[in-house]
Design a protein around this ligand. Structure first.
Ligand code: SF4
Ligand code: F3S
Ligand code: FES
Length: 256
């Protein structure tokens, strides 16, 4: 069955833009990306949209559909009534390049800032051994397709551009947690980095990131909260605190 669907699509660039109404024929079983492609093919050859796999795996087609962050290729049209108008806008947290395409370089910068996996010194490639239980612990974090929908929805940067410098965002908290849980990562300061360099303290556990993740990664409960607990253990454990005080005292006495 085919019918004429009503779409409201954001058109514009970094200078500004507006929502424009279109009607396009769609077929039963199609997804929002199909309709956007048909609009491009039949009415709007200059409509900018990023996509790649059309299978929910490349993470390119992220947008906001009726204000909710989603992958266009995984959003079925039958979620809406045929008489509804479907509004498609670019991700709000990142600067618009054109139409539905945003500049997501903020995320690449945050990725570069996170110290990479560091195997123990002297361990040769081929000698890395892990127990299945350790592989399993962080398995779900490796399902991330880098769609950045979690980054888009997080109010810490969505509503406060000035927080971007200090805050890495949920996608990179799961990366930090994955490395912290890796038995062969020799960096012992992952929690410290999450606190001082990634700004995890700004996260107030709203769980919106977990809600929108198309890979159903339990970002908040399985990554962010354990990282926050590690930070709390490090800073508020009375024995560790005593150790820190004694070390500081020793340095003072030695005049360092
Ligand atoms: Fe996308 Fe989920 Fe990865 Fe965030 S954690 S970038 S929402 S796949
Ligand atoms: Fe943001 Fe997720 Fe925390 S949406 S506030 S990172 S729980
Ligand atoms: Fe690849 Fe949508 S086109 S995730």
């Amino acid at each position: 069955m085919s019918y004429d669907a009503k779409f409201r699509v954001w058109r514009g660039d970094a200078e500004g833009g507006e929502l424009v109404d279109y009607t396009v024929e769609v077929n039963e079983g199609e997804v929002v990306l199909d309709a956007i492609h048909r609009l491009q093919a039949t009415q709007l050859p200059d409509l900018a949209v990023r996509w790649n796999c059309k299978a929910g795996k490349c993470g390119s087609c992220s947008a906001e559909i009726n204000g909710y962050p989603r992958l266009m290729c995984m959003t079925r049209l039958n979620l809406f009534e045929p008489e509804d108008t479907i509004t498609v806008t670019p991700m709000r947290t990142f600067p618009v390049l054109r139409d539905l395409v945003t500049d997501v370089s903020y995320n690449y910068e945050k990725a570069r800032q996170l110290p990479s996996f560091q195997p123990p010194p002297g361990l040769e490639p081929g000698e890395y051994r892990m127990q299945q239980v350790d592989v399993g612990r962080s398995q779900e974090f490796r399902k991330c397709i880098e769609c950045f929908l979690c980054q888009d929805v997080c109010h810490v940067i969505r509503d406060h551009e000035d927080n971007k410098k200090a805050f890495a965002g949920p996608r990179f908290f799961i990366r930090a947690a994955e490395l912290a849980m890796h038995p062969l990562d020799s960096r012992t300061d992952r929690a410290q980095i999450a606190r001082d360099q990634q700004g995890i303290g700004l996260c107030n556990i709203t769980k919106c990131c977990t809600e929108v993740c198309p890979e159903h990664i339990t970002i908040t409960d399985n990554a962010i909260i354990p990282m926050k607990e590690r930070i709390a253990d490090r800073h508020f454990d009375p024995l560790l605190a005593l150790g820190r005080r004694l070390r500081r005292g020793g340095r003072k006495r030695e005049g360092r």
